[in-house]
Design a protein around this ligand. Sequence first.
Ligand SMILES: Cc1cc2nc3c(=O)[nH]c(=O)nc-3n(C[C@H](O)[C@H](O)[C@H](O)COP(=O)(O)OP(=O)(O)OC[C@H]3O[C@@H](n4cnc5c(N)ncnc54)[C@H](O)[C@@H]3O)c2cc1C
Length: 382
Amino acid sequence: MKAYDFAILGGGAAGLSLALAFARSPLKDRSILIVEKDAKDSNDRTWCFWTDELSPYEAIARHVWPRLRFRSPGLDRTWDLAPFRYVLLRGLDFYNFARAELRKQPVTFVRAAGEVEDGEEHARVLVDGGEFRAAWAFDSRIRPSDVVPRPPYNYLKQHFLGWEVETANPVFDPQVVTLFDLRTPQRGGITFFYVLPFSPRRALVEYTLFSPELLPGEEYQAALGGHLAEIGAGAYRILEAERGVIPMSDHPLPRRLGRRVLAIGTRGGRVKPSTGYAFARIQRDSARIVDSLIRLDHPFGFPPDPLRFRLHDSILLELLGSEPDLGRPVFEAIFARNPVQRVLKFLDNRSAPLEDLAVMSSYAPWPFLRAIGRRFFGKAQG
Ligand SMILES: Cc1cc2nc3c(=O)[nH]c(=O)nc-3n(C[C@H](O)[C@H](O)[C@H](O)COP(=O)(O)OP(=O)(O)OC[C@H]3O[C@@H](n4cnc5c(N)ncnc54)[C@H](O)[C@@H]3O)c2cc1C
């Protein structure tokens, strides 16, 4: 049985980010096994995140926006993001970049569906026709059985269809990303267009909802077509399409899956429940895991997410789930009454308590108090 220092199950965002973090650390000589069931040879998603630091992925960023726009019936505002920038990576560029970097290291890739078994001294990784051993295993596989809905937790979905389009008319500003364009009917949850322009005639435009149920496929298409007509895009060609469903839930996802196994990525609760963003959190998590291994010789030595951020997520999810019509006015108030940098820090669990208070008090307190009542003292109080 071949033995490794680290085994990583799943070579997606979390698995490859962790392997890259090992490769860039004093642990770079440790042997790594990466078990991934798919070829990962297509652009299965794009990742966006905001950052005030140079990311290790500068070289493969497809586009970086210095300005951000928010649009709703009552507010149309564009801000300079500095010191932040909004970055887009294509999934395929990330997979290719990561694998090329990791091939220079003692990393073995196995293309197979894997299972992991915990043990006292090591974890066992089982793949069809093979078995490996690792001192530590990191598991990013998530199955429906990991999240069986139960009260009092909230379960929304961020679901969207994105089209990368080339338009006849120059209707986009490649300096400005539109994070929310809420000037569209709200359909049982916050509903908006998210516009990522690459040039005046080319952009990724996504129709996105935060709600419990998906729409029939043609409704996303109709909404995108209607939006392009409304902004005067003229004739357009669809170059690529991206569909996605991201879980938005405060359902607890344990990090430690055994004596030798740590959950990472979505499986390890790295998707921020109230926003669906995970990529930047995955990078920070990878750094914490490496740091723990260096300091303590095990990967579990970091604190859980601060309680106040978990509370914010639960309250916001409860509000968006139970009073979906309030999503738009609440977001409008948050963006109208706070500097955009404060909002971005808040949405990324990096704000100070007073900044949280400022953001949370942007709107009347009653919906938040009702959400707290329902979430923490029983649904009947709603
Ligand atoms: C379409 C889409 C767009 C998104 N956009 C953003 C964004 O813009 N910004 C952001 O911050 N977040 C975004 N997210 C959320 C989050 O960043 C991603 O879901 C991210 O890929 C999560 O990383 P992960 O490693 O947990 O999961 P994945 O990247 O999905 O990796 C898990 C891997 O495990 C593999 N696997 C599963 N079972 C097995 C098995 N038995 N054996 C071996 N391998 C297995 C899968 O094939 C997969 O490659 C997006 C999500 C989706 C779905």
